[in-house]
Design a protein around this ligand. Structure first.
Ligand code: ADP
Ligand code: MG
Length: 901
C-alpha cells in the first residue's frame, strides 16, 4: 500500500518536480526556435548578439530575451564544439539564470550548461564570472567554452595567479571571465589596497556562476583569503608588559589545563590596570574593560600565557637567540614554526631574546562574504541537495535537482562493514582483484593522501598495477583520471583529485588522438580519428560488458555529500557502473556512534571475525549519523559567520568610501566637515556645554588649537572678553581655521591642494583600517576572556566592534585635519630633500609590498609537472615567493613574475 506522502507526490509531484515542470514550456520555446537559428550564417549569429544587446538596452528584460538567446547559444555551441545541448542542459541553464543551484550529475556537461546563462546575462554589459575550483579548470573551460563565445561574438577571458595587471584588467573587461574563487578574492582585496581607480582590475560584481558550488561555498566557505605583511615594531610594548608578569600571583588568574587557557581574575584585572597605568601603557581613567583597551588586554593576556602555559625546555627551547617550539608528541624541534597573534613575541620577551616582527593581516575576506557581493549568484554541482538548507539560509540560493539526460543505471550497493581496519583492507583487496580480473576499471576513493599511499602499497604487494592521485598536480591528474575508465585501469584517488574531469568508459577519444598524433606526427588526423573512434567503440563495449566503472569507497566521509561525489564519478550519461563502500568499526565516523553499541548490534545481525556484514540497517544508521554531523558543522559555520559579518559590514563601508574618494575630484567638502567636527570636539572638551567661563580650560583649548589645527590664536584673551560664549569661541576658531586653510590653498594652488587632500585622506584611511583590523582580531581573541556574566559573546563583540569603528572614524578625522593643518609649501632645498625622501619611501613601500604574503587554502607546493612551460605562467602552479622564478630569469620569484605591483 502506498503511504499518504507517496500518494500525494504521485498526484501533485514534489516541489522539485514542479520547478522542473515550470521550465518545460521555456525549453519547448527554445526548441521551436531551433530551425530558425540553424539557418543563420555565422555572421548572422553574431549579429543576433548585437541585436539582443540593443533590445536589452532599450528596456527588454533578460527573461524575455531568454528563449532566443538560448537558441542562439545552442546553435553557436553546436557549431563551435559539435555538441548540441540536451534539453536538460537548457533547463539547468534556466535555473542558473534564475539564481539557483542546478544540481546536475557528473558527466551531464555543466561547463556547457554555464555558457547559456553566461551569454544571456553578459548581454547586460556588466560582465559574468564563471568560477572554478582550480587554475587548470579555469583555463580549460575558458579555452573550451571560449570557442562558443567567439562564435556568438562575445569576448571571453581567464584570470590566473601572477598574471600582469593589464592582462587581468582585460580579462575582467571581457563579457565572460573564467577564474578560480581564490584569484577572484585576492583580486578584490588587492584592488582595495590600490591608490587609484585606474589601477583596479575588477570592474563589477554582477553575476557569478560557481562550478562545484558546494566545494566553494560550503567546504571552503570559511577559509579566509588573507593578505598579510609585517606589522610595526612593537618590541618595546612586549618587553614592558613582560616586566609586570613576574609580579602576578596565583590569585590573579585562573588556568584551565585541558583547554590550555588562562584568564585574569577580577583581582588580576585590577592589578594589571594599575600597573599598566603606572607604566603609561594605559591612559589614566581608562579601564581594561573599555573597547579602546582591546589591544593592550590582548597583549597582557598573551604575556600571561607565555609565562603560565609555556615552559622552557618542555614546550620550547631557546637556541642561538631564537625561541623554537617543541612538538608535544615527537619531542622534536619545530624549526621555523611560530605561534601567532603575538604569542611568540611574548615568549621572546619573556626569554629576553630579540623580538621578531609579527606578521599581521592587511586585508582578508572569506569566500562566503566575497560571493555575497554579487547582484546575482548561481551554482552548479553534482551534489547540493543534502546541503539545501544551508544554501538557502546563508546565500538565499535554491537547489533544483535537474533530471539526468539518460536514466542512471549505476548500482549503489549497501555498505560492507568489517570489524577491524585490517579486515577491511583485506576485503577491499579481494574486491579489487575480483573486478580487475574481469577487466572492470576501478576507482578507489580515499579520505587522505596517507591512506592512498597505504592502499597503493597493498596493491603493489598484491601485484595489481595502478595509478595514485593526490590532488597535487591538477593538469597531470586530469589526464590520468580521464584514463580511469579504460579496460583494467585501477586508480586510487583522494576526493579532490582529478576534480572536474569526466571519466569516460574505454578512455577518452580526444586524449588517445592527441597521444597517437604525438607518436606519429605525419599521420592523417582524420583517418587517425576514424581509426581511434572505431577502436574506442570496441573498448567501450568491453568495459560496459565488464560492468562499467566500479567506484570503491574505503571509508565514509563525515558528510554524505562527499560520498555522493565519489559515487557520482560512475554511471554518467546512463552508463553501467557500481559503487560500494567498505567500512570498519575502527573508522573515524563509526566512533561517533560509539562502536560498542554498534558492535553488539552487528553481532546480533551475525557479524563474524574477518567477514563483512551487509545490512540496510547499517546504511540507514550511518546516514543518520552523517546528517547529525552535517547539522553540527552547519551550526558551527553559521555561528562563525555571524562573527565574520561584523567585520564584513565594516569592510564594505570602508571599501565603498575608499572608492568614492578615489573617484572624486574635489574632496574639500568632506575635509571641511571633518575639520568642523574636530573643532566641535575640542571646544566641547575644553569649554564643556552649559559651563561658565570660569570653568573653562582655555589653556588646554589653546594647546589643542595649535596641535590639532595649526592655529596659534589668542583663545585665552578671547575668553576674557565680555559676552563671549562657547558659540562665539567656536565660530572664531572656525573662521581662523578656514582662513588658514584658504591661505594654504592659495599658496599651493587649488589643484595641488585638492590632490594633497585626497592622498592624505586615502593614506590615513588605509592606515587606520589596518590598525582596526588588528584590533578586531584582538577583540575576537579576548572577547571570551572578559568576565561577562551571562552575556552573549557575539553581542558583546558586535557592540564593541561598533564602538571601535566609531573611534577609528574619530581618529581618522582628527589625523587628517592635523596633517592638513601642518602642510606648507616648501623652499627649493626642502623640495629637493622631499623628493629624496619620497624616492626612499617608495623603495621601502615596494619592498614592503614584496614582503606581503598571500594565504589561500593550502595547496601542496607545485613541483615541475608535465605541461610545465617556462614561458607560460599559467602552467607554473604556485611557486614559493622566495624560490627562483620559474621563468628562468635567475631572480627570486617575488622579484620577478611574482611581483605584486
Ligand atoms: P560535468 O562537469 O557535468 O561532469 P563534463 O563537461 O566534465 O561535465 O563532462 C561532460 C562530457 O560530456 C564532456 O566530455 C562533454 O564533451 C560531453 N558533453 C557535454 N554536453 C554534451 C552534449 N550536449 N552532447 C554530447 N556530449 C556532451
Ligand atoms: Mg564538472
Amino acid at each position: 500500500m502506498l503511504g499518504i506522502g507517496t500518494l500525494a507526490k504521485k498526484a501533485f509531484g514534489t516541489p522539485n518536480d514542479r520547478k522542473v515542470k515550470a521550465t518545460r514550456p521555456i525549453v519547448a520555446k527554445i526548441n521551436a526556435l531551433e530551425p530558425e537559428f540553424e539557418k543563420l550564417s555565422d555572421d548572422e549569429i553574431i549579429a543576433k548578439t548585437a541585436e539582443f544587446k540593443e533590445r536589452y538596452a532599450k528596456g527588454e528584460n533578460l527573461d524575455d530575451l531568454l528563449p532566443e538567446a538560448f537558441a542562439n547559444c545552442r546553435e553557436g555551441a553546436r557549431r563551435a564544439l559539435g555538441l548540441r545541448a540536451f534539453d536538460v542542459q537548457l533547463m539547468g541553464g534556466i535555473f542558473l539564470h534564475q539564481g539557483n543551484i542546478s544540481e546536475m550529475k557528473t558527466g551531464e556537461g555543466k561547463p556547457l550548461v554555464a555558457t547559456f546563462p553566461a551569454y544571456l546575462n553578459a548581454l547586460a554589459g556588466r560582465g559574468v564570472h564563471v568560477v572554478t575550483v582550480n587554475d587548470y579548470l579555469a583555463k580549460r573551460d575558458a579555452d573550451w567554452m571560449g570557442k562558443v563565445f567567439a562564435h556568438l561574438g562575445m569576448t571571453c577571458g581567464v584570470v590566473y595567479p601572477y598574471q600582469p595587471d593589464d592582462e587581468k584588467r582585460a580579462a575582467y573587461e571581457a563579457d565572460v571571465t573564467y577564474a578560480t574563487n581564490n584569484e577572484l578574492g585576492f583580486d578584490y582585496l588587492r584592488d582595495n589596497m590600490k591608490g587609484s581607480v585606474e589601477e583596479m582590475v575588477q570592474r563589477d560584481h554582477f553575476f557569478a556562476i560557481v562550478d562545484e558550488v558546494d566545494s566553494i561555498l560550503i567546504d571552503e566557505a570559511r577559509t579566509p583569503l588573507i593578505i598579510s605583511g609585517p606589522s610595526d615594531d612593537k618590541s618595546e610594548l612586549y618587553v614592558q608588559i613582560d616586566k609586570i608578569i613576574p609580579e602576578i600571583t596565583p590569585e590573579h588568574y585562573t588556568k584551565d589545563e585541558k583547554q590550555r587557557t588562562v584568564t585574569y581574575t577580577e583581582d588580576g584585572n585590577e592589578f594589571m590596570e594599575t600597573r599598566l597605568q603606572q607604566l603609561g601603557l594605559l591612559p589614566e581613567g581608562q579601564s581594561l574593560y573599555d573597547p579602546e583597551s582591546t589591544t593592550i588586554v590582548h597583549h597582557a593576556t598573551q604575556a600571561l600565557r607565555a609565562h603560565v602555559l609555556f615552559l622552557k625546555d618542555k614546550d620550547y627551547i631557546v637556541r642561538d637567540g631564537e625561541v623554537m617550539l617543541i612538538d608535544e608528541f615527537t619531542g622534536r624541534m619545530m624549526k621555523g614554526r611560530r605561534l601567532s597573534e603575538g604569542l611568540h613575541q611574548a615568549i621572546e620577551a619573556k626569554e629576553g631574546v630579540e623580538i621578531q616582527p609579527e606578521n599581521v593581516t592587511l586585508a582578508s575576506v572569506t569566500f562566503q562574504n566575497y560571493f555575497r557581493l554579487y547582484d546575482k549568484l548561481s551554482g552548479m554541482t553534482g551534489t547540493a541537495l543534502t546541503e539545501a538548507d544551508e544554501f538557502d539560509e546563508i546565500y538565499k540560493l535554491g537547489v533544483v535537482e535537474v533530471p539526468t539526460n539518460r536514466p542512471i543505471a549505476r548500482q549503489d550497493e549497501h555498505d560492507q562493514v568489517y570489524r577491524t581496519t585490517a579486515d577491511k583492507y583485506q576485503g577491499i583487496l579481494e574486491s579489487i582483484k575480483e573486478a580487475h580480473a574481469k577487466g572492470q576499471p576501478i576507482l578507489v576513493g580515499t579520505t587522505s593522501i596517507e591512506k592512498s599511499e597505504e592502499l597503493s602499497d597493498l596493491l603493489k604487494t598484491a601485484g595489481v598495477p595502478h595509478n595514485v592521485l593526490n590532488a597535487r598536480h591538477h593538469e597531470q591528474e586530469a589526464n590520468i583520471v580521464a584514463d580511469a575508465g579504460k579496460l583494467g585501469a585501477v586508480t586510487i584517488a583522494t576526493n579532490m583529485a582529478g576534480r572536474g574531469t569526466d571519466i569516460k568508459l574505454g578512455g577518452n577519444v580526444e586524449i588517445k588522438l592527441m597521444q597517437a598524433l604525438d607518436a606519429n606526427p605525419d599521420a592523417n588526423p582524420d583517418a587517425l580519428r576514424r581509426q581511434i573512434e572505431a577502436e574506442h567503440a570496441e573498448d567501450e563495449q568491453k568495459v560496459k560488458d565488464a560492468g562499467g566503472l566500479y567506484v570503491l569507497g574505503t571509508e565514509r566521509h563525515e558528510s554524505r555529500r562527499i560520498d555522493n561525489q565519489l559515487r557520482g564519478r560512475s554511471g554518467r550519461q546512463g552508463d553501467p557502473g557500481r559503487s560500494s563502500f567498505f567500512l570498519s568499526l575502527e573508522d573515524d565516523l563509526m566512533r561517533i556512534f560509539g562502536s560498542e553499541r554498534l558492535d553488539s548490534v552487528l553481532s546480533k545481525l551475525g557479524m563474524k571475525e574477518g567477514e563483512a556484514i551487509v545490512h540496510p540497517w547499517v546504511n540507514k544508521s550511518l546516514e543518520k549519523a552523517q546528517a547529525k554531523v552535517e547539522g553540527r558543522n552547519f551550526d558551527i559555520r553559521k555561528q562563525l559567520l555571524k562573527f565574520d559579518d561584523v567585520m564584513n559590514d565594516q569592510r564594505k563601508v570602508v571599501f565603498a568610501q575608499r572608492r568614492e574618494i578615489m573617484e572624486a575630484d574635489d574632496l574639500s567638502d568632506v575635509i571641511e566637515d571633518m575639520r568642523d567636527q574636530v573643532i566641535d570636539d575640542i571646544v566641547d572638551l575644553y569649554l564643556p556645554p552649559k559651563s561658565y567661563a570660569d570653568q573653562w580650560d582655555t589653556e588646554g583649548l589653546h594647546e589643542a588649537a595649535v596641535d590639532r589645527l595649526g592655529l596659534d590664536v589668542p583663545v585665552v584673551e578671547w575668553a576674557e572678553e565680555e559676552g563671549v560664549d562657547q558659540e562665539v569661541m567656536r565660530e572664531r576658531i572656525a573662521e581662523a581655521s578656514t582662513a588658514l586653510m584658504a591661505e594654504k590653498t592659495e599658496a599651493f594652488g587649488a589643484e595641488t591642494m585638492r590632490n594633497i587632500e585626497k592622498q592624505i585622506l586615502l593614506q590615513t584611511i588605509d592606515a587606520k583600517w589596518r590598525e582596526h583590523l588588528l584590533t578586531l582580531e584582538h577583540l575576537r581573541s579576548v572577547i571570551g576572556f572578559r568576565g561577562y556574566a551571562q552575556r552573549d559573546p557575539l553581542n558583546e563583540y558586535k557592540t564593541e566592534a561598533f564602538q571601535l569603528f566609531e573611534s577609528m572614524l574619530n581618529a581618522l578625522r582628527s589625523d587628517v585635519t592635523q596633517q592638513l593643518a601642518r602642510i606648507r609649501p616648501l623652499t627649493e632645498e626642502e623640495q629637493a630633500e622631499m623628493m629624496r625622501q619620497m624616492a626612499e619611501q617608495q623603495a621601502a613601500q615596494q619592498q614592503a609590498l614584496e614582503g606581503l604574503e598571500l594565504q589561500a587554502p593550502a595547496e601542496p607546493p607545485a613541483e615541475r609537472q608535465p605541461g610545465f612551460d617556462e614561458a607560460d605562467p599559467r602552467t607554473w602552479g604556485n611557486p614559493g615567493r622566495n624560490d627562483p622564478c620559474p621563468c628562468g630569469s635567475g631572480q627570486k620569484f617575488k622579484h620577478c613574475h611574482g611581483r605584486l605591483v
